[in-house]
Design a protein around this ligand. Structure first.
Ligand SMILES: [Zn+2]
Length: 233
């Protein structure tokens, strides 16, 4: 095996922050170990041909992204702050907010890991890649018996306003509210018997709910096929 392949893995690296005010937050997030523990699981699950670094960074915007040029997944500190802020009103309790943000952050990281996998494994994808990697993230979390993390991410999307303009409609992502209903649908579809509460408490309409089991089965089979050769035995 060539030496470089020994290092072909997901690797968490130190945060990149300029502003003094964000440094403590970045250090605390890095030290929380959330990226490290997800990354350890990913490395047990996937064989990848490249080293991909994962880090918290100051971005000047609330975002997360994969860069194929830098082989790097960046989670912006501003995104975590934005998630916290969006929950303030509905969840005055800091502990509850932290739990939702942790679940949503896990989903966001897996979404970006999806972009990385599509790129380095040259996976064929039709339709919007953004929707496809939302499916990947959801599938991994559901199979890891962490559907509550999917729902935490969904909740953040529900609370995010969609601008009613062409730039939003023309964007590469589905609307926030659509991403919410997709995620709720897929959790429901993965185990409808134990998720009946998603119909009323989480507002999943009956007409969509009827399709969710077959939607989930199709995406599970599709991703298992796409990643079959890259999953460790
Ligand atoms: Zn994306």
């Amino acid at each position: 095996m060539p030496f470089s392949n020994l290092h072909a893995n997901f690797v968490v690296v130190a945060p990149r922050v300029e502003q003094a005010a964000l440094k403590a937050d970045a250090r605390a997030l890095h030290a929380s170990g959330i990226l490290q523990s997800i990354t350890a699981e990913l490395n047990e699950l996937f064989v990848i041909p490249e080293r991909i670094e994962i880090l918290f960074a100051e971005c000047g915007e609330a975002n997360a992204f994969f860069s194929s040029d830098d082989a790097e997944i960046t989670i912006c500190i501003e995104l975590i702050e934005d998630m916290q802020d969006s929950l303030l009103e509905s969840y005055p309790d800091q502990k509850e907010r932290d739990a939702i943000v942790e679940g949503a952050l896990t989903g966001t990281l897996l979404h970006e890991v999806g972009h990385a996998l599509v790129s380095v494994l040259e996976l064929p994808i039709t339709g919007r890649e953004e929707d496809a990697v939302d499916q990947l993230s959801t599938w991994i979390l559901i199979e890891a018996e962490m559907p509550e993390s999917v729902l935490s991410g969904a909740e953040i999307y529900y609370l995010a306003e969609d601008s009613q303009d062409d730039e939003t409609y023309a964007g590469e992502h589905s609307l926030n509210r659509q991403r919410y209903f997709n995620m709720v649908c897929w959790v429901y579809g993965s185990d409808s018997e134990n998720n009946q509460h998603l119909l009323d408490e989480w507002k999943l309409p009956e007409a969509r709910a009827e399709q969710c089991e077959s939607e989930y089965e199709l995406m599970r089979n599709s991703w298992a096929t796409l990643l079959g050769d890259h999953i460790r035995d």
